[in-house]
Ligand binder design. Structure first.
Ligand code: AMP
Ligand code: FE
Ligand code: FE
Ligand code: ZN
Length: 282
């Protein structure tokens, strides 16, 4: 049976694998398809496409947009995006700048607490356009300013802790529209993690295409619940491991094997929409 992993991170956001390492892992595990979904970034997609092609794996361009709806954070996955779409690149560029400014603010807060971390250490370690709290945590560990990553989050970086800085996010509805205008499908990420089911109808009204039913942190019961919701709202079913490499213990890749029929359904919807657009109606 063919299967895919549609939720993966690399060093181009807060994962630890390079695209080549990730594709290698995918090949070892027998994946027929893989999508790269770095946070607010498509920076790694070109390399991932090449690495997947070399490994005989179908590659799907993706991104995981950090968004919000009614004051709750919601992650919107985009699939089959045009990685060169200028509106997409401009908009995510703005949020990458927000992330970079936030790193400066978190470091300033740490300095105020007497922790002598340098902004440059974090940026050097992150070495990507879309840095986040995990990079600050890793830099703290590297500079021996804290014992481990968990401690860094517990002591400084978790929401409400002294070096936590809120992040300006795009609205979820804006995220769905942004993905659509770049030719992609918009999918609600790990709904079981956020437990914000009440916002699903609003997202559906905005044109949401799918929902991530299968995810490492979804129990069988939760997956079942979201399969039912997908059915109810006529949404595509997706799934992925949300592997971040070695950043949170053992790599999660291999834990979710999405049957390929779901990828085929996604492709059919992309093709259908393209046809409708070229025929002058959407
Ligand atoms: P950010 O987008 O900068 O707010 O960082 C969010 C990322 O930090 C998530 O994608 C997780 O990978 C990671 N993260 C969040 N909370 C924790 C935690 N308590 N321990 C370790 N990693 C975390
Ligand atoms: Fe992450
Ligand atoms: Fe997420
Ligand atoms: Zn993710």
């Amino acid at each position: 049976m063919k299967f895919a992993d549609l939720h993966l991170h690399t060093q181009f956001s807060d994962g630890t694998f390079t695209p080549e390492e990730l594709a290698g892992q995918g090949a070892r595990l027998g994946f027929a398809g893989m999508a790269l979904t770095d946070h607010d970034s498509v920076e790694g997609c070109a390399r991932m496409a090449a690495a997947c092609a070399a490994a005989g794996i179908e590659f799907i361009v993706g991104a995981e947009l950090t968004a919000e709806h009614q004051d709750t954070e919601v992650h919107i996955l985009g699939y089959f995006l045009d990685p060169e779409n200028q509106v997409l690149l401009k908009k995510i560029g703005k949020f990458q700048a927000v992330r970079q400014d936030r790193i400066r603010e978190m470091v300033a807060a740490l300095n105020k607490l007497g922790v002598p971390l340098k902004t440059e250490s974090v940026f050097a370690l992150a070495n990507c356009k879309s840095p986040g709290r995990p990079h600050v945590a890793r830099a703290l560990v590297k500079e021996q300013l804290i014992g481990n990553l968990d401690e860094a989050f517990e002591k400084y970086l978790k929401k409400g802790r002294p070096a936590w800085v809120p992040k300006t996010k795009m609205s979820a509805l804006e995220g769905v529209e942004l993905i659509h205008q770049a030719g992609g499908l918009a999918v609600m990420a790990h709904p079981g993690l956020n437990r914000t089911d009440e916002i699903i109808p609003d997202l559906v009204d905005a044109g949401l295409d799918g929902i991530e039913c299968f995810h490492t942190k979804h129990s069988t019961l939760l997956s079942q619940r979201y399969l039912e919701i997908a059915d109810q709202f006529h949404l595509l079913v997706t799934g992925g491991s949300d592997c971040h490499g070695f950043s949170k213990g053992k790599p999660l890749i291999g834990g979710i094997k999405l049957p390929y029929e779901h990828v085929e359904k996604m492709k059919a919807k992309v093709a259908e929409r393209k046809l409708a657009t070229t025929n002058g109606h959407r």
